[in-house]
Write a protein that binds this ligand. Structure first.
Ligand SMILES: [Zn+2]
Ligand SMILES: [Zn+2]
Length: 347
């Protein structure tokens, strides 16, 4: 079978690989579609994992099952690359993405492959049958929308509060849409790229500001009754974004780090402000089985129009270029979906 193997951030090539052998409880899945995530296009994060087959937003069809597997050939499924045990110290406290099983479980070899072995624990703990109304394109958003859900949960958002979403790529738009869906009274976004500052109203963004504009802090305060936003979801892990969020969030507010900060990056925060303002810094890492279920329900109910985020459709051969273009994030590039069986016919 063909796989797109990533040797480094700058080099991905299609190779032949053996079809994985099934153990009892495993499933072999033909990957129909798999989203290309921003983390697949983050240089230090990719180089840490390489050589590897990326792709963790997959959907496909079961083609073969190991003895005692809960799935059957022919079923259309979403399958999560990481699963938690549900019973350890971290799982019991709701920090399931820090479960040791979550960190060690993975797909074999990864979503950017013609076929994937879904190990027994992944089958049993976070594989979802796709309802009739959810096609493979929509299903590639189950994982990323679940990550957004986790972030919104971390904010402990109350109805009417204001949310500042930093960055209007695909994740920023989903974060904005979910903030509105869960009751935000005002959603303000900032975006460096002028070409992305006019999102469709369906994403629930009320105002978009240029964070490099001299008058930006004042404009943000004016939009938020002089207080600053009650919550901030920091999409890009840049120093400037994190510092701006920390300076402008309202007292009592929450700043949520949505993307990993490079391990060698040190950022100074205004802790005096955090102390007197009772401001909370939280992070939202990945998503667990609770969130993927809720995400599928939201997608099935069309609560978030996720398929509108697909800007590019790629073959396995185009994964390397897709990684570079996702990293460059031009104004026309939102989400690329990879089709290991070949591109679908355009409707
Ligand atoms: Zn992702
Ligand atoms: Zn656990």
């Amino acid at each position: 079978m063909k796989v797109a193997r990533t040797l480094s951030f700058h080099e991905t090539r299609v190779e032949e690989a053996p079809i994985p052998q099934l153990e009892p409880g495993d499933a072999l899945v033909e990957v129909v579609a798999c989203g290309l995530c921003g983390s697949d296009a983050t240089d230090w994060y990719v180089d840490k994992k390489a050589p590897t087959v990326l792709g963790h937003e997959p959907a496909g069809v079961v083609v073969e099952v190991g003895e005692g597997c809960l799935l059957e050939p022919g079923q259309r499924i979403f399958f999560h690359h990481h699963v938690s045990c549900g019973v350890c110290h971290y799982c019991a406290r709701g920090f399931d993405t820090n479960c040791s099983l979550f960190r060690s479980s993975k797909l074999d070899p990864g979503g950017f492959a013609e076929r994937v072995r879904v190990p027994r624990e992944n089958v049993e703990r976070d594989t979802l049958l796709l309802p009739e109304g959810v096609d493979f394109d929509a299903a590639t958003f189950i994982e990323p929308l679940a990550c957004s859900l986790r972030a919104i949960d971390k904010l402990e958002l109350r109805a009417g509060e204001s949310v500042w979403v930093i960055g209007l790529g695909a994740m920023g738009l989903m974060n904005a849409a979910l903030a509105k869906h869960y009751g935000a009274g005002l959603v303000v976004a900032t975006e460096l790229d002028p070409g992305r500052r006019d999102p469709d109203p369906c994403w629930g963004v009320d105002h978009v500001l240029d964070p490099t504009d001299e008058g930006f802090p004042k404009a943000m305060r004016e939009l938020t009754s002089g207080r600053g936003p009650d919550h901030v979801i920091v999409g890009p892990s840049s120093k400037v974004a994190i510092q701006q969020a920390s300076e402008l969030v309202a007292p009592g507010g929450r700043v949520c780090l949505f993307s990993p900060v490079s391990p060698d990056k040190e950022i100074t925060l205004p802790l005096n402000r955090f102390y007197f303002g009772e401001i909370t810094l939280v992070s939202s890492y990945s998503c667990g089985a609770g969130e993927t279920r809720r995400s599928l329900e939201l997608i099935e109910a069309d609560a978030v129009p996720v398929k509108r985020l697909i800007s590019h459709r790629l073959t396995l051969e185009e994964v390397g270029e897709g990684i570079q273009r996702t990293a460059a994030a031009g104004p026309d590039w939102l989400r690329a979906v990879v089709y290991p069986q070949g591109l679908p016919e355009v409707e």
